[in-house]
Design a protein around this ligand. Structure first.
Ligand code: FAD
Length: 344
């Protein structure tokens, strides 16, 4: 049985695992490793330390399907809607510029539930807090090293983390990339921003009714989400919380500062924008060094094959574009590249 390792339990990695399982069923053993404490990557949903009734999306907020993607990814959209993971976004979003024919969806249990759905469907062995540090070609296998110093052998490896993190890996990857591939990867760029989640007492009441609001006139804050409001009334018992995203210029200006230093600046701006806001019981701040892809790999190939046999494939939103459908395109493109190289 082939042993496949997928590095990264974000949307691309979890959907790759799910598609591979559906294609090869019991003929493949799939492992998914992620350095984080939870699955989701940039689609993760966070909770405060002492509350099960609060949750907030620190990264991706909702899914926008263009009419073209609604058609080409129809089966995934129907699957996610039929099991309740995805529902139409009905809450008012102030300042949202609707594109013709596109449709917005929200996740009643948070964006992380999208990733968890595909992971659970994949039957893959998920290992969290497993930080990959290098990939080494050993005959017909890949030896994958992790921070703890130990390593394991696999018949195929798919790397789905942001490109700068892929390029930091030790081992044979750099040597195997062609000059053109190296140039294409070097050209990938990302925006950076901070996200702050504020969790409020269960009886806190907001003086606004929007589900989310785009802020155009603030140098620090560009977006605020009222988490229970955004998820409609379909999340009964969800405690009140807000998520704030900073603008990209602010993110770039403060990128090298600790998030503890930057959090008070963001909160001060927030309370100036929303002076009636109650006091939170818990706050979580996250720095997205690699937030959304600004420049993707030219011609959006979906993935990059670094080595055919044994296969080493790079994937993720950088190979298409930065949203739900970009990750789906990437995962769909990985499948034939991988199955062609694995015994059936
Ligand atoms: C603030 C923000 C807002 C966004 N808003 C939206 C939105 O509203 N709608 C939308 O569709 N998209 C949105 N996006 C984009 C969307 O979140 C991404 O396109 C998508 O989540 C990327 O998924 P991925 O699996 O390709 O990468 P990731 O989610 O980044 O997954 C990569 C995983 O690899 C892991 N990893 C990294 N290095 C290692 C290592 N060395 N060893 C092991 N594991 C490692 C990481 O922990 C991570 O879990 C937003 C993103 C951000 C940050």
């Amino acid at each position: 049985m082939s042993r496949v390792l997928i590095v990264g339990a974000g949307l691309t990695g979890s959907l790759c695992a799910c598609l591979l399982r559906r294609e090869l069923q019991s003929k493949v053993h799939i492992e998914v490793w992620d350095k984080a404490r939870g699955a989701g990557g940039r689609m993760s949903t966070s909770r405060p330390p002492d509350s099960l009734s609060h949750s907030a999306d620190l990264g991706a907020q909702y899914v926008t399907a263009t009419s073209a993607y609604a058609q080409s990814h129809h089966s995934l959209y129907s699957e996610l809607q039929s099991c309740g993971v995805l529902q139409p976004l009905d809450a008012p979003i102030e300042g949202l510029k609707h594109k013709d024919g596109s449709k917005d969806y929200m996740t009643p249990l948070g964006m992380g539930s999208l990733v968890k759905h595909f992971l659970s469907q994949s039957g893959a062995d998920l290992s969290l807090e497993r930080h990959v540090t290098g990939v080494f070609l050993r005959g017909a296998s890949w030896e994958v090293q992790r921070t703890a110093g130990d390593s394991e052998l696999f018949d195929a490896v798919v790397l789905t983390m942001p490109v700068p993190q892929i390029l930091q890996l030790q081992g044979d990857l750099g040597r195997l990339l062609s000059v053109q591939q190296q140039q294409q990867l070097d050209g990938v760029s990302y925006s950076s921003r901070f996200a702050v989640a504020l969790f409020f007492p269960p009886d806190a009441v907001f003086s606004f009714s929007w589900g989310a609001r785009y802020v155009s006139s603030n140098r620090c804050i560009c977006y605020i989400s009222n988490e229970p409001g955004k998820r409609n009334a379909d999340s009964p018992g969800l405690g009140p919380s807000l998520v704030v995203h900073t603008s990209v210029p602010f993110g770039v200006e403060h990128l090298e500062q600790d998030k503890e230093e930057v959090q008070p600046i963001i909160l001060k701006e927030l309370y100036q924008l929303l002076p009636d806001l109650p006091q939170p019981i818990s706050i979580k701040c996250h720095k997205w060094r690699y937030s959304q892809v600004l420049t993707s790999v030219p011609d959006c190939p979906g993935h990059m094959t670094v080595h055919d046999q044994p296969p080493l494939v790079l994937a993720g939103d950088a190979f298409v574009h930065s949203n739900f459908d970009g990750c789906v395109e990437s995962a769909l493109s990985v499948l034939p590249a991988l199955t062609a190289a694995l015994p059936r």
